[in-house]
Design a protein around this ligand. Structure first.
Ligand SMILES: [Fe+2]
Length: 211
């Protein structure tokens, strides 16, 4: 029997991101959408080699495959991972980047406000469903956007923050006004501690590889 992939718990109570994101949106998004990616993934990988891999391995292996079944597995595995990463990218608490991330932000964007403008633009201009990302490559920060379930992690890129721009992430609260959702999320509930932790992990990995 394979170990089924699990729906990771939310890092905060469902109503704590309101009014930026309502409890109703979080509840549907987490218990219906996210849960359904996890359930579908478990059905698809049951009895296959993928059932014994980590979620990251499943995403990276299926991303590189041209098989239709693998594409289905990729979509559900990547959405499982992306959503878990998105929840942890958000917080009701005041957080700050800290010294290391601050200097990486200054080098890449000048200011945190300039970063936020670029991240909002990526989210706004992602045509249809997808994601906006703050990523780091060797400590150098940049903004990416991906369609559907695509994720920079599939190619081994270190992700620092993710913002879901699928309609299910904002439609109940903002209807079609994706830029309003982005403006509220990016200015009020991004988890800079989480971003700083992710950058720090990469620095440790680079140092360990060099030793
Ligand atoms: Fe979503």
């Amino acid at each position: 029997m394979p170990t089924p992939f699990k729906l990771a718990p939310l890092p905060w109570d469902e109503d704590t991101l309101a009014p930026v994101i309502s409890a109703n949106t979080i509840s549907l998004h987490y218990h219906k959408h996210h849960q359904s990616y996890v359930d579908t993934l478990n059905k698809l990988v049951d009895g296959s080699n993928y059932a014994d891999m980590t979620l990251e391995e499943v995403v990276q292996k299926t991303a590189a495959s041209g098989e239709a079944k693998d594409k289905q597995i990729f979509n559900n595995a990547a959405q499982t991972w992306n959503h878990d990463f998105y929840w942890r990218s958000l917080t009701p608490f005041k957080t700050k980047p800290g010294a290391q991330l601050d200097s990486a932000i200054a080098a890449a964007f000048g200011t945190k406000d300039a970063l936020i403008v670029q991240l909002a633009e990526a989210g706004k201009t992602q045509f249809g469903s997808g994601w906006a990302w703050l990523v780091s490559k060797g400590g150098k920060l940049s903004i990416e956007k991906t369609p559907d379930a695509e994720t920079p992690m599939a190619k081994g890129t270190n992700c620092l923050l993710a913002v879901d721009v699928w309609e299910h992430a904002y439609y109940l609260d903002y209807q079609n006004a994706r830029p309003k959702y982005l403006a509220a999320v990016l200015s009020k509930i991004l988890n800079w501690d989480f971003a700083a932790e992710n950058l720090n992990k990469e620095e440790h990995a680079v140092r360990a590889a060099a030793e």
